[in-house]
Structure formats: structure tokens, C-alpha cells
Design a protein around this ligand. Structure first.
Ligand SMILES: C[S@@+](CC[C@H](N)C(=O)[O-])C[C@H]1O[C@@H](n2cnc3c(N)ncnc32)[C@H](O)[C@@H]1O
Length: 278
């Protein structure tokens, strides 16, 4: 009896879908979505991006909402390995960028362990998408010289941080998964020396038509942001640069944004702009 030939080993592409607006996909991500055998996607990947997958490409929903996993991570890892061993090309599609709070490293470990070939395709992470669509320059020669991406939620609950480092002046802090623990983080940041009047905003569904922005000082942000939908993704930006948003906002959605509380607190516009508008 002849042994069945082993199927050719497939390949897994770990792909970032960006923050939501399908126009923010990379060209490589779009090409892959339209040519692979199967797309395994997270909850954060929105309908606009999924609509770009042709009917002949299989879709598998992997779920993932903080602490509510549709497929548990080991099951998901096995699925990727099995499909590749069956000769399929697989896109593992993740919201934002796979290497920013996306557990991309854990999935790669499983692929490496099984000897499955892979490629990584970066995506626009939520902080960059939110900042661009809200109009907050994350760094600015006059106001912010560093950018910190931090999570509000660790493996076993609220994230533990060196709050003195996060509270330093002259930097911009972007908090992922930060809405539910925002009151505690405010307390930690203020106790570590951050001014309670520091401009801040919470951005829900950034880059999508449903985008909503709540602007407030750090002291007031948790209470103001409690009006946002806790089941939608929310990104928090804290730093003096947020006050520039009054000047740089460009993306308007239906009834989207709270009035600015930063009148008078806005950092001065750059000199060149002042000259031009004077
Ligand atoms: C598990 S993390 C995934 C981050 C993702 N890998 C990235 O690079 O953007 C989920 C968090 O990302 C943020 N996020 C993702 N998409 C967002 C969006 N469209 N608007 C606001 N926040 C978003 C939220 O803070 C959400 O709780």
C-alpha cells in the first residue's frame, strides 16, 4: 500500500488590520485577504475590513474581548498550526498591530514550535489611528518628546506600572484597555506628580464613522468618559498635546465630540503658523 503524500506545508501571515477604517489597511494586508485560503479574525476587526474578504475565502471568528475568548488561545494556536499543516495559507487578522497588545508573540511561539513558516504584516495601532483622526500630534517639538504606550489591564487584572515614569512631564501617554480602570490610573498618575489639569481625551471607535471623543482634564476624564460604551474599544490619550486638538480636529462624525475644556490652556501654536495667520 502506497503512503499518502504529505500535503505541502502552508504559511501563516500574522496581519494587522488597523484601528477600523478599512482605508487604513496596508496594501499587503489587502492583497493577502483576497488571496489566502482562510482568515482567522478577532472581534476588533470591524465589518468594513471583513467586507473586503471575498466569498471564496473561509472566515473563522476567534473572538477575544477582555477575558471573554471565543476560542481559547491554545485552541487558536492549534487551529493555525493544523490549517498550515493541511497546506492552507492563513491570515491571522488582528485589530491594530499584531505586536502592540495583540498577543502576536504568543501565536508566533506556537508556529515556531510546530515549524510552520510565517510572516508578520504590521498594522496601524489604535494610538496612531486615534491620534490622527482626533487631531493630536503625539510628539511635538515644543510640548512632547516621548510617547508611551501602556495598557490598563495586565494578565491578572489592573496593570502594574512604574507610575513615576508614566507621569513624567514632556511626554504623551496612550492607554490601551484603559477605560474600566481609568479612575485608579488617574489617582496613580496624580499621586506620582502629573498635573491634574493635564489635557486628556478618551476616543471610542477611533477612525470609524461612530468615533466619539470625550475631552477633559486628567482630573475629570474618568467621570466624563463613563458616558462611553464600555463594550466598544476606547483609547485614552493624556498630555499637553491633547489641547492642540482644538486646532487640528478634521474628522467629523455625527454628534461626536464634547466641547473643549482646554480654552486658554492650549499650548501655543508653532511660530511659523502664527506668522502665517497673523
Ligand atoms: C487587546 S488591545 C489590541 C490593540 C491592537 N493590537 C492595536 O495595536 O491597536 C485592545 C485595545 O486597543 C484599543 N483599541 C483598538 N482599536 C481601537 C479603536 N478603533 N478605537 C479606540 N481604541 C481602540 C482599545 O484600548 C482596546 O481596549
Amino acid at each position: 500500500m502506497n503512503a499518502q503524500p504529505m500535503p505541502r506545508l502552508g504559511r501563516v501571515y500574522l496581519v494587522g488590520a488597523g484601528p477600523g477604517d478599512p482605508d487604513l489597511l496596508t496594501v499587503k494586508a489587502l492583497r493577502l485577504l483576497q488571496t489566502v485560503d482562510v482568515v482567522v479574525h478577532d472581534r476588533l476587526v470591524g465589518p468594513g475590513v471583513l467586507a473586503l474578504i471575498p466569498p471564496g475565502v473561509e472566515r473563522v471568528f476567534a473572538g477575544k474581548q477582555r477575558a471573554h475568548h471565543h476560542l481559547r488561545q491554545p485552541v487558536l494556536n492549534d487551529l493555525l498550526v493544523e490549517r498550515a499543516r493541511a497546506g492552507q495559507t492563513v491570515v491571522r487578522l488582528k485589530g491594530g498591530d499584531p505586536f502592540v497588545f495583540g498577543r502576536g508573540g504568543e501565536e508566533l511561539e506556537a508556529l515556531l514550535h510546530a515549524g510552520v513558516p510565517f510572516e508578520i504584516v504590521p498594522g496601524i495601532t489604535a494610538a496612531l489611528g486615534a491620534a490622527a483622526y482626533v487631531g493630536v500630534p503625539l510628539t511635538h517639538r515644543d510640548h512632547s518628546h516621548a510617547l508611551v504606550l501602556a495598557t490598563g489591564y495586565g494578565q491578572d487584572g489592573p496593570a502594574l506600572h512604574d507610575w513615576n515614569a508614566l507621569a513624567r512631564a514632556g511626554q504623551t501617554l496612550c492607554l490601551y484597555m484603559g477605560l474600566s480602570g481609568l479612575a485608579r490610573m488617574r489617582q496613580e498618575l496624580i499621586a506620582a506628580g502629573m498635573a491634574p489639569t493635564t489635557p486628556a481625551c478618551a476616543v471610542e471607535n477611533a477612525t470609524l464613522p461612530q468615533q466619539r471623543v470625550v475631552k477633559a482634564t486628567l482630573r475629570e476624564l474618568p467621570e466624563r468618559a463613563s458616558r462611553l460604551d464600555p463594550t466598544s474599544p476606547v483609547l485614552v490619550i493624556i498630555g499637553d498635546v491633547v489641547a492642540l486638538q482644538d486646532r487640528y480636529a478634521w474628522f467629523t462624525t455625527a454628534g461626536a465630540s464634547t466641547a473643549s475644556p482646554f480654552a486658554g490652556a492650549a499650548p501655543k501654536a508653532p511660530a511659523a503658523v502664527n506668522k502665517r495667520t497673523a
